[in-house]
Ligand binder design. Structure first.
Ligand SMILES: Cc1ncc(C[n+]2csc(CCOP(=O)(O)OP(=O)(O)O)c2C)c(N)n1
Ligand SMILES: [Mg+2]
Length: 343
């Protein structure tokens, strides 16, 4: 059984590079792409292009970038309604992602799912879940597949602080340890579940304490520091690939926007928001890259412009794509291939 020790990582203020330069540049690119995607979704919502609501993740980019960069082909991911960042960090085609959110037939789910259903089986992006906690047991199933196939793959599940009060979370934590599953639990602790501050629903702020109850190795990391997230998650991923079982990583972070597009987030102060924006994950990485002379300001601006142009083009093309036909609405409702081994 695994070592239950929780190791706290020093929060914020990193000024030294500990990873190869190309990894840091890659992390910056992934974060910039997520920010560009989410900002564009925000504008598109205001322009009436988004059907239903949407849950944005600006402020939380370092968690997705840092946790997903160590993954390889064949690994699986589950995530929540606030899951655009994970999909973009994993390399989902941006135009198909926009098209899905805009309800177009060229979307990753044929335009039938929308913002809360970005998936891509080829990338191991097996599901975003609107039901709080529902992605965790599914990820445990994916981890069992990895264990059975013995190819060294892992499953990773992203969830919020609020999800850790749900029964499915506790059942999955327990089984993951008992079955020694190659499953990484990535908790995005953004201090709120919908409109409720964490301490009004949960007895403490350090969610990693919950891992101790299941004898699962865990870490707490600054979720706005992509380098730190990458390092800590990599260690857990490598252990899981070698058959060392699950790991729990709590990432302390913050969402800039309200819970969903209908939420003006009046339950928190301007000062609190401003203090987190000071610790913006992209700003921190720009500082790291420039202070360590890895990239010049000009080079960073060039990356930003390239990503911005790509994002604009992807959104434009997606908005010009056709809507699904009425007939296609039922296409994916029932399985058309008979299941093997069932009568
Ligand atoms: C089982 C269930 N209960 C309640 C809800 C309503 N709901 C949607 S999101 C949410 C808050 C979840 O907070 P957290 O897990 O911290 O994730 P965050 O939104 O902060 O990323 C709630 C209560 C739901 N979707 N599913
Ligand atoms: Mg939360």
């Amino acid at each position: 059984m695994s070592d239950p020790k929780t190791k706290k990582v020093k929060l914020s203020g990193t000024s030294a590079t500990r990873l190869p330069h190309k990894v840091l540049i890659d992390l910056y690119g992934r974060m910039r792409s997520i920010r560009a995607f989410e900002d564009k979704i925000h504008d598109s919502f205001l322009n009436g292009l988004v059907y239903g609501t949407t849950h944005l993740c600006q402020g939380q980019e370092a968690v997705s970038a840092g946790a997903i960069a160590p993954l390889i082909d064949g690994d699986y991911l589950t995530y929540t309604y606030r899951g655009h960042g994970q999909c973009i960090a994993r390399g989902m085609d941006m135009e198909a992602a926009f098209a899905e959110v805009f309800g177009r037939s060229t979307g990753v789910s044929g335009g039938l799912g929308g913002s809360m259903h970005l998936t891509d089986m080829d990338l191991g992006l097996i599901g975003s879940f609107a039901i709080v906690g529902a992605g965790l047991p599914v990820a445990a199933g994916a981890a069992m597949t990895c264990q059975y196939e013995e190819k060294g793959n892992v499953a990773m599940t992203f969830f919020g602080d609020g999800s850790t009060n749900i029964g499915a979370f506790h059942e999955t934590m327990n089984l993951a340890v008992v079955w020694n599953l190659p499953l990484l639990f990535i908790c995005e602790n953004n201090l709120y579940g919908e409109y409720s501050p964490i301490l009004s629903t949960t007895p403490y702020e350090d969610i990693a304490r919950r891992a101790e109850a299941y004898a699962m190795p865990s870490d707490i990391v600054d979720g706005n520091d992509a380098q730190a997230v990458y390092e800590v998650v990599s260690r857990h991923v490598e252990r899981a690939r070698r058959g060392g079982g699950p790991g729990f990583i709590e990432c302390k972070t913050y969402r800039y926007k309200g819970h969903s597009r209908s939420d003006p987030a009046k339950y928190r102060t301007d000062e609190e928001l401003a203090s987190w924006m000071e610790k913006d994950p992209l700003k921190q990485m720009v500082k790291l890259l420039m202070e360590n002379k890895i990239l010049t300001q000009k080079e960073i601006e060039a990356i930003d412009q390239e990503i911005s142009a790509h994002t604009d083009m992807a959104a434009k093309n997606a908005a010009e794509a056709p809507f699904p036909t009425e007939k296609s609405l039922l296409d994916e409702t029932y399985a058309t291939t008979p299941l093997k081994n069932f009568g």
